[in-house]
Design a protein around this ligand. Structure first.
Ligand SMILES: CC(C)(COP(=O)(O)OP(=O)(O)OC[C@H]1O[C@@H](n2cnc3c(N)ncnc32)[C@H](O)[C@@H]1OP(=O)(O)O)[C@@H](O)C(=O)NCCC(=O)NCCS
Length: 118
């Protein structure tokens, strides 16, 4: 894990040391906290790597404040994945990332706790 001005970067490695996933969290000290990126090598998906990376990234943020992320509108699988981690689509948040990619903001509310989820 590496922290800098642009956020905290963490990677997942497989046994031979190859990097198979990355997560970037931003804003632990700033007004707005966000999960900026999450990616797992396609060959290693559906084994819990993405959930582990996301949970580790979120652990470094302030649980008393909300966490936002932007996800492509068409990426329904990722939206379901984030919903399981406590994120909900923010109504009316549709936007065009860099003017081309339709995205929606998802937010995990302040004080959300995985062990208390319904
Ligand atoms: C989203 C992502 C990080 C999940 O990583 P992962 O290691 O597969 O995550 P986990 O194994 O912890 O959880 C997988 C579950 O998430 C759901 N899921 C995640 N992405 C999905 C997708 N694109 N399509 C369908 N389901 C998806 C599935 O329900 C899956 O459950 P399954 O194991 O029963 O198939 C990975 O799919 C990925 O890198 N996708 C491409 C980049 C991306 O979409 N990033 C997020 C948006 S910014």
């Amino acid at each position: 894990m590496v922290s800098g001005d642009q956020g905290t970067y963490m990677v997942a490695e497989c046994r031979n040391g190859d990097v198979i996933g990355v997560a970037v969290a931003q804003g632990a000290q700033a007004e707005r906290q966000s999960l900026k990126a999450l990616y797992v090598d396609a060959a290693f998906r559906s084994h819990g790597v993405g959930s582990a990376l996301a949970r580790t990234a979120l652990t470094g943020l302030d649980p008393a404040r909300p966490v936002d992320l932007e996800v492509a509108r068409f990426n329904r699988g990722a939206q379901r994945f984030y919903a399981r981690l406590g994120f909900q689509a923010v109504l009316g948040s549709d936007a065009l990332w860099r003017g081309v990619l339709p995205v929606v903001t998802m937010r995990r509310p302040a004080g959300w706790c995985e062990t208390l989820k319904p």
